[in-house]
Each structure stands twice: as structure tokens, then as C-alpha cells.
Write a protein that binds this ligand. Structure first.
Ligand SMILES: [Ca+2]
Ligand SMILES: [Ca+2]
Length: 347
């Protein structure tokens, strides 16, 4: 258990690396060494350029698939003007520090509201960088971004950061080369897919989309399926949003959803466990809720959620994220200041 962190929101590590890299909302990436000691010198400190209003801040990071060779790390944050920024940094000669002077702007997007900034950045099994954006914010999607492929808000983007300046559009993006829709878009109809991840072992994309006032959802679609419409704001979860009827044609319905009973408020998507220490949960997708801190899991079998479990662990805190270390073990991030590893309960 790591403690004493300042609003941690994410944890990760490159494959095979015994260290943990913890993202703090306030702008630092901290390193815990192989012995679990938090180092004094941050991997990167963006606290001077990050805006932390509402759901803003330094929200996530992603190591390039060839990080070992190129030293590239991508970060996703909101700046002091509350706008979304994706930047690339390069490792310095010190393996414990990125070079702050190596900053390269990859992507930015104006935000008129401080909530629903998305916040996930992950390389897919295809080597493309996926940017998970929210609907821009407010409540109920006031800018009608969710169903509009002409705006990047409310969408999942897919870009090739290994070609082009600062990136290239993959030819097989659903709107690439079309009059309709923005070329960067991979999927539309998301409200705030704050924590969404790939399971490269099964080539599945898990999108955990935060609901409005009623329904939290987890979706699972084949990673290669282009142009998925996750439904917002025609639908919230499996129900029509603010209407007794709606046209559901072409919309992907959630695989798993839950309501706001019992104080639940906001789904925090996790990962499919692919580690070695807990073979009894191998293949389970784990998720939580920010307000109740429950721990739930299921396995995907033939496109259906099976073996759904609610783990008797009490509240895990204000769960902002899950994370995976360099050995594939799973972690839970409590924004109150700690990061804990999933372990077998001792009898
Ligand atoms: Ca926003
Ligand atoms: Ca949906």
C-alpha cells in the first residue's frame, strides 16, 4: 500500500518494470521503487501548468509501446484554461525523470465546462493511441456533443502518433476520407468514459461510461469494431434519456449496468486481470464506483457477462482508478491518497 499521495488518479508501469508510476491530479507523476518506497523526485512535474478545477487536472499517462527504445510517455491533462491537452515527453538520461524540455503538443481541445473531460489515454492492441473524451460537460449534454460526429467531444479518438505531424489519421477510422464526421473519431455517444481500457489478450475494448443521474454502464466491444455509437445522450445506460421512447437503432447497449441506489454515483472502469499472483480471478474484468467503493467483477464469455461477482471487501474508498503494474498485477487508486494492490485475503 502506497500512502501520502496527493489526489492520486492513476497508476501504471511499463511491462517488466518493477516500479510504479502514480499520477496525481495536481500535476505530478510520482515513482514508487521496487521496494514500495515513494521517491522524492517526481518522474514529471506539471503542477505549474495543470488546472485542477472540478474534474480537471493531470488525469492519466501512457507509456509508448516501444517505450524501452524511444522513452516516450504521453500525458493527458487540463491546462490552466481548463482545456484538454495531450503531450508527449521523452525520458531524460536519468531513468527516474522525464525531460521537461522535451514536451511536444500532440492534441488539444477547448472545454467550455470543467466537468466531463474524459481522461483516459491508452495504446490499443493495434498500436494506435486512443483518447477517451467526455461530452464536454454541464448536465444532460447541453452542447449535444454525444451524438454529433462533427465534434470531437463525446467521442473516443484513435490516432497514429508514429506517423504524421503531430499525428496521422489511420485509414480505417470510420469517418476517415468521408465528408461526414471528424477523421480522428473511432466511436461516438459517450458521456464521460473516464476509465476505459483494452484487454489485448481477447482484443476487447471495455468502455465504462459515467451516467447522468440514474445509470452507470460498462460496455465491451471487439477492439477492431469501428464506429460504435454508445448511445449518449439518446440513452443513459439501457434506458431512453429524459423520454419515454427513443430510436435505439444503431446504438450499442451496455453489457453491465447498475443504478444509483445505495449511494452509487459514478462508475470507475478497471481492467481484465491478466496477472500471475491470483489465478482464481484470471480473466475477470474489475470495476468500482467512486462514491461507494465497491469491488465487482465479471468474465466476458461469448459476448455476455458471466460469473458476476460482488466482492466482500467493504469500501475501497473513493476509487478514481484501477491500474496494472509491470508484472500484470492489479491496483486500486483511492483519490484520498493511497494506492493498494489486489491480494488474496490472508486466512
Ligand atoms: Ca469539460
Ligand atoms: Ca451508453
Amino acid at each position: 500500500m502506497l500512502t501520502g499521495l496527493e489526489q492520486p488518479v492513476f497508476v501504471t508501469a511499463p511491462p517488466g518494470d518493477a516500479r510504479l508510476f502514480v499520477v496525481e491530479k495536481t500535476g505530478r507523476i510520482r515513482i514508487a521503487d521496487a521496494g514500495g518506497q515513494l521517491l522524492g523526485t517526481p518522474f514529471l512535474d506539471l503542477s505549474g501548468q495543470v488546472g485542477t478545477a472540478s474534474e480537471g487536472g493531470l488525469l492519466t499517462m501512457a507509456f509508448h509501446p516501444q517505450y524501452e527504445d524511444n522513452g516516450y510517455v504521453f500525458v493527458y491533462y487540463t491546462d490552466t484554461g481548463d482545456d484538454t491537452v495531450v503531450e508527449r515527453y521523452t525520458l531524460s538520461s536519468d531513468p527516474g525523470q522525464l525531460d521537461p524540455g522535451s514536451a511536444r503538443r500532440i492534441f488539444s481541445l477547448n472545454q467550455r465546462r470543467t466537468n466531463h473531460n474524459g481522461g483516459m489515454l491508452e495504446f490499443g492492441p493495434d498500436g494506435m493511441l486512443y483518447i477517451f473524451l467526455g461530452d464536454e460537460g454541464g448536465a444532460g449534454d447541453p452542447f449535444a456533443n454525444g451524438q454529433n460526429p462533427e465534434t470531437l467531444h463525446g467521442s473516443i479518438l484513435r490516432i497514429d502518433v508514429d506517423a504524421g505531424e503531430p499525428y496521422a489519421i489511420p485509414d480505417d477510422n470510420p469517418y476517415a476520407g468521408q465528408d461526414e464526421g471528424r477523421d480522428e473519431i473511432w466511436a461516438i455517444g459517450v458521456r464521460n468514459p473516464w476509465r476505459s481500457t483494452f484487454d489485448p489478450e481477447e482484443d476487447i475494448l471495455y468502455v465504462a461510461d459515467v451516467g447522468q443521474n440514474a445509470r452507470e454502464e460498462v460496455n465491451a466491444v471487439p477492439a477492431a469494431e469501428a464506429g460504435v455509437n454508445y448511445g449518449w445522450n439518446t440513452m443513459e445506460g439501457s434506458a431512453c434519456f429524459q423520454s419515454s421512447g427513443c430510436d435505439m437503432s444503431g446504438l450499442t447497449l451496455p453489457l453491465v449496468e447498475y443504478g444509483h441506489g445505495g449511494g452509487a454515483c459514478s462508475v470507475t472502469g478497471g481492467y481484465v486481470y491478466r496477472g500471475s499472483q491470483l489465478p482464481e480471478i484470471f480473466g475477470h474484468y474489475f470495476y468500482s464506483d467512486f462514491c461507494t467503493g465497491f469491488l465487482r467483477s465479471f468474465r466476458l464469455d461469448g459476448g455476455q457477462a458471466t460469473d458476476e461477482r460482488s466482492w466482500s471487501v467493504g469500501s475501497l474508498g473513493a476509487v478514481a482508478s484501477f491500474g496494472v503494474d509491470g508484472a500484470g498485477e492489479l491496483y486500486v487508486v483511492d483519490i484520498a491518497g493511497s494506492v493498494a494492490r489486489l491480494e488474496r485475503r490472508q486466512p
